[in-house]
Design a protein around this ligand. Structure first.
Ligand code: BG6
Length: 488
């Protein structure tokens, strides 16, 4: 099967950091059809050769194991082309049309990895140039829009141009092997299903912590913030994967229908919950991995008086029979204590104690997403130091855990998120992409938070880089008698 992949934003950050490395991995794994073309599009004045040379240098920043050898790069580079385009000029889309016509590929993928403000214009121009044929697929990066209204406007324009089946709204968290394994754990195994409900689960915590700052994306990030960058999409998609009912099959709409129901069941905000259950923070200078790093306001491209949040912690509830009353705590931020993404499912303690157990000890399932993916099941067992209690009728239990390291089990060369999702687009599989109604529902839920912050002059709480964020995030969860998993 032949394909043309048009990469709008072909010299942008996403192209360098994620897309090119993922495409190369697919190429190396032999899953990217060699009869394809990858056409980088940007305003720069580059020949194919210069574009290839630029990409080659960028691969020096990629992990050694994922870097191509010179021979591998030469073979991969044969797929790479460059087209200079000003995305506001109709003539340039005609030139793109001519380039695509040379091949008549079976599938044409338009990957819009540009600033979100250009999405609508690109889609309109694609249609005006007659490029919206039945074999065209469009990929839109998150965040799709800035709020509910802009999200709807983009979705309406795109739906006007292409059918829903041709629209791939990407959320790369859905492509992560650990998230695939969450679906496998819940819907491929019968073990947890009877326990997966309010009667047995005390709370669920989702942490997506990054030790990096905003890198060279200061200008974009300052307009975006952690709520739009991470919570509206990645974190809420994780909530969906955790809380959804089993779908009737693995087809895209069966899965998306169930995710949508979760988003619709998120308890609406009140002024009281907005005050108490949402914490925003912004990092100040600090030390990360032994290095002194600047505060957010000192980062290039960031307004020195910025009130953009680089940290969010919130408490959500899902108002349905399965989950009523179970807090879902979400926490994400830049320049935190480490790169650590995990989901922690805290089960309720045993209902009646016949053993002595450490304070508050209960079963816990940890789904590790980053830096490695795996599963830990925390149990209580009878350890060896029971000699001193041997005469006592009450035995003491010790926490222990079963640890499943997916890298060790399946090898660390597994298909990465972007690799998987790019291949899904080329093959036309929509399961791991987000439908417009899911996105709208997620925006509807986060919008009151944005409004609340706009009206609240106090701004984000400062936290030192290299910590776990503002103390208020711990106080929020402590009010319920719980604690973040690294604290207890
Ligand atoms: C992106 C955000 O969607 O996800 C970035 O825009 C963030 O700000 C990134 O760094 C995190 O992805 P991952 O896969 O490294 O956890």
């Amino acid at each position: 099967m032949s394909f043309d992949l048009v990469l709008f934003g072909g010299t942008g950050d996403l192209a360098w950091r994620k897309l090119m490395p993922a495409l190369f991995q697919a190429f190396r794994h032999g899953t990217l059809p060699e009869s394809g073309r990858i056409i980088g599009v940007a305003r720069d004045d580059l020949s194919d050769q210069q574009y290839r040379a630029l990409i080659r240098t960028r691969f020096d920043e990629v992990d050694l194991a994922k870097r191509p050898s010179p021979e591998e790069f030469d073979r991969f580079a044969a797929l790479l082309h460059f087209l200079r385009m000003d995305l506001s000029r109709p003539d340039d889309y005609q030139r793109l049309a001519n380039t695509l016509r040379q091949r008549q590929a079976d599938t044409v993928v338009m990957y819009v990895a540009t600033a979100p403000s250009l999405f609508t214009a690109v889609c309109e121009q694609v249609a005006a140039a007659g490029l919206n044929t039945p074999n065209t697929r469009i990929v839109l990066e998150k965040p799709l829009g800035h709020d509910l209204a802009s999200n709807r406007a983009i979705n309406e324009t795109v739906r006007h141009v292409l059918s829903e089946k041709q629209i791939f709204r990407i959320d790369h968290y859905l492509g992560k092997p650990s998230v695939q394994n969450l679906f496998a754990l819940r819907f491929g195994n019968a073990l947890f299903e009877p326990l997966w409900r309010r009667e047995n689960i005390a709370n669920i915590q989702i942490t997506i912590a990054e030790d990096l700052g905003v890198e060279n994306r200061g200008a974009f990030y300052d307009q975006t913030g952690a709520l739009r960058d991470m919570v509206q999409n990645h974190a809420l998609q994780l909530v969906c994967a955790l809380a959804m009912e089993p779908p009737i099959n693995a087809h895209a709409d069966a899965i998306r229908d169930e995710k949508l129901k979760v988003l619709r069941s998120l308890k609406p905000w009140t002024s009281e919950t907005l005050d108490q259950n949402v914490i925003r923070g912004q990092y100040t200078a600090g030390v990360v991995a032994g290095e002194v790093v600047p505060g957010y306001r000192e980062e290039p491209g960031v307004n020195p008086q910025s009130t953009t949040e680089t940290f969010v912690a919130l408490r959500a509830e899902i108002a349905n029979w399965r989950w009523a009353g179970v807090p879902f705590y979400i926490r994400t931020g830049k320049r935190l204590a480490g790169r650590d993404a995990r989901i922690v499912v805290n089960f309720r303690p045993a209902p009646h104690a016949i053993f002595r157990t450490p304070n508050g000890a209960a079963n816990r399932l940890v789904i590790r997403l980053q830096p490695k993916d795996g599963l830990e099941l925390h149990l209580l067992a009878q350890g060896q130091d029971n000699r001193q209690h041997s005469r006592s009728a009450i035995q003491s239990l010790t926490p222990v855990h079963l640890d499943l390291d997916f890298d060790k089990r399946f090898g660390s060369e597994r298909v990465g998120a972007y690799e998987r999702l790019l291949l899904d687009v080329i093959d036309g599989r929509l399961n791991l992409f987000v439908r417009s109604d899911e996105q709208e529902e997620a925006w509807r839920w986060v919008e009151p938070i944005l409004e609340h912050w706009r009206a609240d002059a106090s701004g984000p709480r400062p936290y030192a880089a290299g910590t776990w964020g503002p103390a208020a995030a711990s106080a929020m969860i402590a009010r319920d008698g719980h604690c973040w998993s690294e604290e207890c």
